[in-house]
Write a protein that binds this ligand. Structure first.
Ligand code: AMP
Length: 290
């Protein structure tokens, strides 16, 4: 990269215009505080595209709690250095005023895909996500956009956004990167103290239990939820917001497992909310490691 982050839409457009002839443009939208999960998205983009753009923008529209927005970790300098080391061509880090010079009058509303899981507990969250992603797609006009499977509901909504609005971008899903104890990497993990960090992988364990049970032939969703939830220890620092089993196409809860499903959960660990999900294939003997 060898240059500072670009902060204006006009500068980004001018710089990109000169590069489009080189081949595919890929974008990796992020909120910064980059970790190995983001790095995996960037590496996928680097392999496939001539020009890689990483956007870093903490989008106020998608935060349902002001304190979460305020506490969200920000580290532009180290993020830019990581991007440089990964061969990113352009870092786009606009201010809130650049992205929203006026309070928006128009936004994207999301239907059934946002009814459950995080959509149920974070009012307006996915409308905020879909709106900023649409803006980023319009600004960057990338050929490919890379999103993590860690945020499976978000990935499904972005895919559908591109489909519904005929956006000429290919949305690429990238597998979740985890710590060795299963905890999915997340910018929010930095907020955990040592005791909370030790408790955090219990969400993965719960989902892993569901996956194992589905693979072993259990089809009753209440039973699956019961055994998954039992993996979360009783501890005053832990509060399970949801553990649901949904259809991977429409993200609606299923009653019975008849085909591949997604087990997804949100766990409060102290004042930090963590999410995770695993794809579960029925009767597939031993689940593969993820
Ligand atoms: P965020 O900065 O949290 O908004 O995430 C930016 C992108 O990185 C999203 O597409 C996320 O799904 C993806 N991402 C975040 N954590 C991980 C992870 N542990 N593994 C893979 N992708 C991730």
């Amino acid at each position: 990269m060898g240059s500072d982050p670009i902060s204006t839409i006009a500068d980004l457009r001018t710089t990109l215009a000169a590069r489009r002839a080189n081949g595919l443009v890929g974008v990796v939208p992020t909120m910064g505080a980059l970790h190995a999960g983001h790095a995996s998205l960037i590496t996928h983009a680097r392999h496939e595209c001539a020009t890689v753009v990483v956007s870093i923008f903490v989008n106020p529209l998608q935060f349902d709690r002001p304190e979460d927005l305020q506490r969200y970790p920000r580290s532009l300098e180290t993020d830019a250095a990581l991007c440089e080391s990964l061969g990113v061509d352009l870092v786009f880090a606009p201010s809130v005023e650049e992205m929203y010079p006026k309070q928006p009058e128009c936004s994207v509303s999301v239907g059934r895909l946002a009814d459950h899981l995080c959509g149920r507990f974070r009012p307006g969250h996915f409308a905020g996500v879909a709106t900023v992603v649409l803006k980023l797609f319009e600004i960057v006009q990338a050929d490919r956009a890379y999103f993590g499977e860690k945020d499976a509901q978000q990935l499904a909504i972005v895919r559908r956004l591109a489909f519904d609005f005929n956006l000429p971008v290919r949305v690429v899903g990238v597998p979740t990167v985890r710590e060795s104890d299963g905890l999915a990497l997340s910018s929010r993990n930095q907020r955990l103290d040592a005791a909370e960090r030790a408790l955090a992988p219990t969400l993965y364990r719960a989902l892993h239990r569901v996956r194992g049970d589905v693979a072993a032939g259990v089809t009753d969703v209440s039973e699956l939820k019961r055994s998954g939830t039992a993996e979360i220890p009783v501890d005053h620092r832990l509060k399970l917001e949801y553990l649901e089993i949904v259809d991977p196409d429409d993200f609606q809860p299923v009653q019975q497992v008849g085909r591949t499903v997604v087990a997804a959960g949100a766990l409060w660990v102290g004042s930090t909310r963590l999410i995770d999900n695993l794809t579960c294939a029925p009767g597939s003997a031993m689940p593969s490691a993820e």
